[in-house]
Design a protein around this ligand. Structure first.
Ligand SMILES: *Cc1c(COP(=O)(O)O)cnc(C)c1O
Length: 494
């Protein structure tokens, strides 16, 4: 073999003095980062391959100092970051970081337990049950979704995972009735605004691509799914020998914040006996405030609902809450019963074994994080956090409306504003305004002073300004608007 040599010092990767000292260094490093985060270009300006080209192509044989590593992070990694914690980040949906979320994450990482079943860390499982019922009560979910009402919840890493798991549960429950050979007949329904995670999940659980329905939405329903259209699609599918399986409604779509009518969709779902899932990944957090809770009206008709505290609930990545009315259906689909995991607690059937509620075996102690966030801030402050973001979004929307060159494309519901420059007059080189707005967005983002993203809603290219990073305040929103106007001046002149 080559020159790999054994270190001479005694190697202790969890030496407590080093742990304390170096953790403190990293904490200081992160505090400095937050202090300076506004000074970096929000969207990373590096070229593809920038890091790959300049990195050693073999790993070090001997230890390097933490100072050296942090220096490299400062000089090579930070320039390649898009700063999601910058107050000038308005793209996609925010990923809230907070002190409590960070502390919870530290505790989760520090204990580093793997609570895949109850006995591998009873506190991890039981705290997750507690915190899922807390969150369910914050959203005023009907009791059948709570453990206290014979339903239950689980923390996943992402909505994508939650949808795969519920879809698998729905598939297996239905196939048990109609026969496994019918899998090619099953149909999944959403709208053209539904997050692509539904399509991905359908592929993963073996639904033929031609049996995935993304029903068209229009401005007349605020880009919400129309129950009548869903009923018609299901009727037609049944008539042609297909079997409706799963309907996904969204509260707060990614593209434009649209809300599907849960109540009326719930009735259609019951009529056709399909599994009804509510995806409230983004806007679910807002529904803790009584004035937004009506968006969940009708959720009693759903079989499952999910939302992401890692977006708007001050909970650092990753954290997705999924509630199901019938946990047995998840377990029936996802459990295996391997000999190596046999234990008395499981056999007593008196405990939750969360490995059977998710894809992976190993799982993080995410409940710790959400529990610390809720306790440290309290419900009143969590509501205040949501309300303050929504009032900033109202402010931004009002600013857009003061400038006649612009329009708000979709009425704002939460803290996402979809706007664009009105298209130029007919006959000019731009057909529908998409070229112009794409250029405008490019100019905003390459300035480094703000970062926004886009969507296409009802065929219209729109710029999305999603307000809600933890550090964003009115001055940032106003500066972003000024920047947009400045860039628009430039494009409309040339
Ligand atoms: C962000 C988002 C998702 C995807 O969430 P992940 O946790 O990243 O999988 C799904 N649905 C909606 C409506 C979203 O906004």
């Amino acid at each position: 073999m080559g020159s790999l040599s054994v270190p001479t010092d005694i190697f202790n990767p969890l030496d407590i003095n080093t742990f304390t000292q170096e953790s403190q260094m990293v904490l200081n490093f992160i505090s400095d980062y937050y202090k300076n985060v506004e000074n970096f270009p929000v969207q990373s300006q590096v070229e593809p391959g920038y890091l790959w080209k300049n990195s050693p192509n073999t790993p070090p044989n001997s230890p390097e100092s933490l100072e050296t590593i942090l220096d490299d992070i400062r000089s090579s990694i930070i320039p390649g970051l898009t700063h999601w914690q910058s107050p000038n980040f308005f793209a996609f949906f925010q990923a809230n970081a907070s002190t409590a979320g960070f502390l919870g994450e530290m505790l989760c990482t520090g204990f580093n337990v793997v609570g895949f079943n109850w006995i591998t860390s009873p506190a991890a499982t039981e705290l997750e049950r507690v915190v899922m019922d807390w969150m369910g009560k914050l959203l005023n979910l009907p009791s059948p979704f709570l453990f206290s009402g014979n339903g239950g919840g689980v923390l996943h890493g992402s909505t994508c995972e939650s949808i795969v798991c519920t879809l698998a549960a729905a598939r297996d429950a239905l196939l048990k009735e109609v026969g496994g050979d019918k899998i090619t007949k099953l149909v999944v329904y959403g709208s053209d605004q539904t997050h692509f995670s539904l399509q991905k999940a359908s592929k993963l659980v073996g639904i033929p691509p031609s049996n995935f329905r993304a029903l068209a939405t229009t401005a007349s329903t605020g880009f919400g799914l129309c129950a009548h259209d869903v009923r018609k699609a299901m009727q037609e599918d049944v008539a042609s020998g297909l079997i409706p399986l799963f309907l996904c409604a969204t509260v707060g779509t990614t593209g434009c914040g649209a809300v599907d009518p849960i109540e009326s969709l719930g009735h259609v779902a019951r009529e056709y006996g399909v599994w009804f899932h509510v995806d409230a990944a983004y806007a679910g957090s807002a529904c803790i405030c009584p004035e937004y809770r009506h968006y969940l009206d009708g959720v009693e008709h759903a079989d499952s609902i999910s939302m992401n505290p890692h977006k708007w609930f001050l909970t650092n990545m990753d954290c997705c809450c999924l509630w199901v009315k019938n946990p047995r259906s998840l377990v029936d689909s996802l459990s295996t019963d391997p000999e190596i995991l046999r234990n008395e607690a499981t056999e007593s059937m008196g405990v939750v074994d969360y490995k059977d509620w998710q894809i992976a075996l190993s799982r993080r102690f995410r409940a710790m994080k959400l529990w610390v966030v809720i306790r440290r801030y309290g419900v009143a402050n969590l509501m205040a956090h949501i309300r303050s973001d929504i009032s900033l979004a109202k402010r931004f929307e009002a600013l857009v409306k003061t400038d006649s060159r612009f329009e708000v494309v979709v009425p704002r519901r939460f803290a996402l504003v979809c706007f664009r420059l009105k298209p130029p007059r007919k006959g000019e080189d731009d057909d529908d305004g998409s070229k112009l707005n794409r250029k405008l967005l490019g100019a905003i983002n390459s300035s480094g002073r703000a970062y926004m993203s886009h969507s296409v809603v009802g065929g219209t290219y729109t710029i999305r300004c999603a307000i809600g990073t933890t550090l964003t305040s009115q001055q940032h929103v106003e500066a972003a608007w000024k920047l947009i106007q400045e860039k628009a001046d430039h494009f409309l002149l040339v």
